[in-house]
Design a protein around this ligand. Sequence first.
Ligand SMILES: [Zn+2]
Length: 90
Amino acid sequence: MTDDNCKHEWIAYGTALVPPTILVHCQLCSKRGGVLQPTEEEWALAYHAPSRPYLWADGSKVVLEADLPQPTQEQLDMLSRFLKGETERE
Ligand SMILES: [Zn+2]
């Protein structure tokens, strides 16, 4: 599939603090992005994303990775474990 045709199903999997950004990953095309300047409510939810990744519904707020700080290796490892379904236990 080409990226241009992807409808992007974003999974929120972490946060970056500077600037406050919710990190997301498309489970269809594997692109990464982020949500800049999240609301307080969004930020509170995303606080748990590293241990409980969740579907990010509002794709219009996602900025693609090229314009964002890079995620840490720890975040990428967590994401890859999640995508393999290995985060079952709390
Ligand atoms: Zn996508």
